[in-house]
Design a protein around this ligand. Structure first.
Ligand code: ZN
Length: 414
């Protein structure tokens, strides 16, 4: 199974926006953009919301059938490991092997020796086409990377072989993710990680490194944009080189996690994938949940009241709600508006405070990140929340589609 060149991942916490999400993709295709949808959901998210992997498959199949979609689409078991993969085996055809927890753990000394011996042919100044300065590689560089990543890539191999045994190797796409690690991986580390992946026999078609800078949930990039541009450019060169050098699938491409709302990076990503003729996978998720809340607020009346209740319910639990996301949000709790203040907001004020329009005077990056992590409150509301999604569907779906199409797909792939 070979992944299409341009793929766009869309998470959907409450499984009601499949149609609105697909509409963003079909509208883009009408404009000539050849992109394919991927519905992604992690084990963590299923547990927090109370959904199961088969629900996501059902949603993707229903949305595509209703739209008459006949081209490729995928269902991504996002961030899974050997302990969590089983309930994803039936419904998924894309597996994101998350081995971040295994980085830094020591591989067997003989395995490190074997890897170092195998890579000795790259010692010296390595020229990677497209990267201006030669890359210096020696035994120490190789052993340092092996010390950090070899055990993790062996674990990825174990998960891959388990899924392949259960599903058949031709029936799914494999992604390897190390984005949820402490430190970003530079191009040399990426090269050596890809060598490890190839030696494990993993036919990875997407790779999710941790990029430099902060990829906070649902908000714009925070970091050195020029450094990101250099790194992304070099990563694309490394991938093209690794495909030829290590015999990895020709379809191998970068996967950008927490990829929603990184508006300041999209022009760079757009330019660089065109320059390299490279494919790309981008994952988004919580941005769609935020559009649900915006749509509820904008609907006024009971919809606005529900949006305010979510905030009022979340506010006293801020510390606990933020904790699981601490590495990927920057929320200053004291600067959040009080629920009393929010209770007095109009529909327009609530929507404008939350919507990711950085030029709007009401936009509040703290408020937006906090609502992002507050979906557990809506999950606890059960039918009250999902009934509201149905009742206010026209306004919500308009926001969901517009956000993915205009703010994401067009700037990234257009
Ligand atoms: Zn990720």
């Amino acid at each position: 199974m070979i992944i299409r060149k341009n793929t766009f991942g869309m998470g959907d916490r409450f499984a009601h926006q499949g149609h609105a999400q697909l509409k963003a993709v079909t509208s883009a295709r009408e404009l000539g953009l050849d992109i394919h949808p991927v519905w992604n959901k992690s084990n963590r998210e299923h547990l927090l919301v109370g959904t199961k992997p088969d629900d996501l498959r059902a949603e993707a199949d229903a949305a595509t059938a209703a739209a008459g979609w006949t081209d490729a689409y995928y269902v991504d078991a996002d961030h899974i490991g050997i302990k969590t993969v089983d309930w994803f085996l039936a419904g998924s055809d894309f597996y994101t092997l998350d081995v971040a927890d295994f980085t830094g753990k020591p591989a067997a000394a003989e395995d490190i020796d074997a890897f170092a011996a195998d890579m000795a042919r790259y010692h010296g100044d390595l020229t990677i086409p497209g990267i201006a300065a030669a890359v210096r590689i020696d035994d120490a560089t190789i052993r340092a990377a092996a010390g950090k990543f070899l055990f993790a890539m062996q674990e990825a191999g174990r998960i891959y072989r388990y899924v392949a045994e259960k599903k058949g190797a031709d029936h799914f796409i494999t992604e390897v993710s190390v984005d949820e690690t402490d430190a970003p991986q530079g191009p040399v580390e990426l090269l050596l990680i890809l060598a490890m992946i190839a030696r494990e026999g993993i036919p990875a078609q997407t790779i999710a490194p941790k990029f430099t800078g902060r990829f906070n949930k649902g908000v714009d990039y925070v970091g050195d944009i020029a450094a990101f541009e250099r790194e992304f450019d070099e990563d694309l060169c490394v991938i093209a080189y690794a495909i030829r050098e290590f015999g990895l699938p020709a379809s191998l491409k970068l996967s950008v996690h927490s990829g929603s709302d990184k508006f300041s990076l999209y022009p760079i990503i757009n330019r660089l994938i065109k320059k390299h003729g490279a494919g790309l996978h981008v994952k988004t998720a919580g941005t769609t949940w935020l559009e649900e809340v915006i749509g509820l607020a904008e609907s006024g009346g009971d919809g606005l009241a529900l949006a305010k209740d979510i905030y009022a319910g979340a506010y006293p639990l801020a510390t606990d709600l933020i904790a699981p996301y601490a590495p990927v949000v920057d929320i200053d709790i004291p600067s959040l508006p009080s629920p009393d203040e929010v209770a007095g907001w109009s529909a327009e004020k609530f929507a404008a405070t939350l919507r990711h329009d950085q030029s709007h005077p009401d936009y509040n990056v703290q408020f937006r990140q906090f609502i992002h992590v507050s979906f557990k409150i809506a999950a606890k509301m059960g039918d009250r929340y999902t009934d509201a999604l149905k009742r206010f569907e026209p306004v919500i779906s308009r926001n969901v589609t517009h956000n993915l199409l205009e703010r994401h797909i067009k700037p990234i792939f257009g």
